[in-house]
Design a binder for this molecule. Structure first.
Ligand code: F6R
Length: 598
């Protein structure tokens, strides 16, 4: 969702910092972009609807002679995508960029209008600028005006503010939307996410909720909302700047699909004993003692990984696992008991609904564990215990390597719990074979591309699977919807007769996921039923399915390893369908990578 970049310092061209930073935040999803800077005590703003490249073109002949500048990519919430609604927003001497949603902006706007303020845009952000402007008339410093104004807001925000009257200062604050401070030598940076900073510094401090950062070219100070000084930990980022480049791949998504074997190796590393027969996890010894029910909570693809987690936890660890979407769980007053545990899974660690579900569990006093990819993200910091996936930065909006590493953590966790009561060393050893199995599947990319070339003009598709491959059917359908904009449904194959079979005709590709197990024959019956109605069957299986129109044959692996292998063809199929259709693979329309608002 919205992306923020800020710079204060004398060493660099602010235009370069802002454009580089904004380009590295494009993956978050946005529909307009803008920059602002102070020059000779006056605010300059350039903004436009569309991509950062359009903004870059708009300012190509503008030289920014300034030491203080802000940039923003907007993902429309209040008011359509337009130049006027794009950030930054200026009210008098105050200029603001904002990520989040102000829930009480209508009431505030009414009050401010009654006091004579006028508004240019339809956004909630302009209300923040207006409130800060109002407070600045009776406060001594910008930080004081910001802190006072923020007390009136309900909702979520990450903001950065500059003031013509204090031209050597940027003030930033946050609540429930991420903001990171980059620390250089006599220069400071601000961003919604690490990739925007990596080209400039690896030293960062993460702002927490209800904290303010006051940046000048010489220092950064952190305060709470009462204006009291607080100290913050400085963290060194270990990613290289290269990890956020495409490295010769046409799209980030394709690069990330190919990075999966490495991501699995990194996630396994440190979590297995030397002989690869025991799982070691960074958890407190007694954390799982007496746990009765595990609630698995997430959104989107992370929810599909959690559904696989349910199968794994119940089978290996013999623990009851309930699965729920974060957006449902948080509003349905769930029955939580003393010995329950909530596991929240999130790539970004910033998803608003997942964070709210985690907070609800904490308020109800049950234990919480997070599975996250983004280090020090809000979810990672809020949970009692954290296990990180080591997928590295995932830039493509469609989640791929984060998904398979999440499945790996669920494997590790279930086997970690199982090993207390039984010998699961064989199953543990199998985990080390995943990267080489994945390589074998990746080598079939050309074949999958050819299959996609036959079907990319179809208007709909159906995915079906059973047991641990049912979540993969859901994930396949989600991938196809989000990047190729094709109507797609994922179904447990046993449900076909209860409705979806009515969709089958000679125009409908049905992607059937079959594994060589005790219910292979049941899946085969489902395939027969589709063929009997002239549907097109693309079989992803471990042996040839003669009646299928197309076959993708995967290596034979154990049950708990299969989700890793079946993930790759469904990802590549969606990728190539989108490529043939010509849709925007890395930044699909209307989608955002980090869903920081509900
Ligand atoms: C789909 C996708 C989304 C995310 C969902 C949760 O490809 O990426 O469905 O999985 O928005 O995001 P995180 O994992 O960041 O909480």
């Amino acid at each position: 969702m919205c992306g923020i970049v800020g710079y204060i310092g004398t060493f660099r061209d602010p235009k370069e910092v802002l454009l580089t930073g904004l380009k590295h935040l494009e993956y978050r999803g946005y529909d307009s972009a803008g920059v602002a800077w102070l020059e000779n005590g006056k605010t300059h703003i350039e903004k436009c609807k569309g991509k950062v490249a359009q903004l870059e073109n708009q300012i190509k002949n503008v030289s920014i002679k300034s030491t203080i500048a802000l940039g923003h990519t907007r993902w429309a919430t209040h008011g359509k995508p337009s130049t006027i609604n794009a950030h930054p927003h200026q009210v008098g001497n105050i200029t603001v960029v904002h990520n989040g949603i102000i829930e009480n902006y209508i009431e505030l706007k009414k009050e401010l209008r009654a006091q004579g303020y006028t508004f240019q845009s339809e956004t909630d952000t302009e209300v923040i600028a207006c409130l800060i402007k109002k407070e600045s008339e009776k406060s001594k410093t910008l930080e004081e005006s910001v802190q006072k104004a923020l007390r009136k807001l309900q909702g979520s925000y990450a903001i950065v503010v500059m003031n013509e009257l204090e031209p050597e200062k940027l003030v930033a604050a946050k609540k429930a939307s991420p903001l990171v401070i980059g620390i250089g030598k006599k220069e400071y940076f601000l961003a919604s996410d690490i990739p925007a900073l990596l080209s400039f510094t690896k030293q960062v401090a993460y702002l927490d909720d209800y904290e303010t950062a006051i940046l000048t070219p010489h220092r950064v100070e952190f305060q709470n909302m009462k204006g009291e000084h607080i100290s913050k930990k400085i963290t060194t980022i270990t990613w290289s700047a290269q990890t956020i480049e495409k490295a010769g791949f046409e799209h980030f998504m394709l690069k990330e699909i190919y990075e999966q074997p490495q991501a699995i190796i990194h996630t396994l590393s440190g979590n297995l004993s030397e002989n690869h027969d025991k799982v070691l996890l960074p958890l407190e010894e007694a954390f799982f003692n007496n746990v009765q029910t595990i609630y698995l909570i997430a959104c989107g693809t992370a929810w599909h990984a959690s559904l696989i987690g349910k199968y794994l936890l119940e089978k290996f660890a013999n623990i009851r696992a309930e699965i729920d979407l974060a957006s449902e769980f948080r509003y349905r007053n769930p029955i939580l008991k003393e010995n329950d545990l909530l596991i929240v899974t999130s790539q970004s660690g910033e998803t608003a609904d997942s964070l709210a579900a985690l907070q609800l569990a904490k308020e109800r006093g049950i234990k919480t564990l997070a599975i996250c990819n983004a280090k020090e993200s809000s979810i990672a910091r809020a949970a009692d215990q954290i296990i990180y996936t080591e997928a590295g930065p995932e830039i493509g909006v469609a989640s791929t390597k984060a998904f398979t590493t999440q499945i790996l953590i669920f494997n590790l966790l279930s086997l970690y719990l199982a090993q207390k009561n039984k010998n699961v060393s064989k199953e543990i050893l199998e985990l080390t074979k995943i990267p080489s199995y994945m390589e074998q599947v990746l080598s079939q990319a050309e074949k999958i591309k050819n299959i996609a070339s036959k079907y990319y003009q179809k208007l709909a598709a159906l995915y079906m699977g059973r047991d641990i491959l049912y979540p993969i059917a859901l994930e396949g359908a989600l991938k196809l919807k989000e990047i190729a904009y094709i109507q797609a449904h994922g179904y447990p194959a046993g449900e076909m007769k209860h409705g979806p079979i009515a969709l089958v005709d000679q125009e409908l590709p049905v992607i059937a996921l079959l594994q060589n197990d005790s219910i292979f024959e049941k899946m085969m019956s489902n395939v027969e039923e589709v063929k009997a109605r002239e549907g097109i069957v693309i079989a992803i299986s471990q042996k040839p399915i003669k009646i299928a129109d197309d076959n993708i044959i995967l290596p034979l692996a154990q049950w708990h390893i299969n989700p890793f292998l079946y993930s790759i063809p469904i990802q590549l199929f969606a990728y190539y369908m989108a490529r043939f259709k010509g849709t925007d693979v890395d930044q699909p329309r209307n989608l955002a990578k980090s869903v920081t608002v509900e």
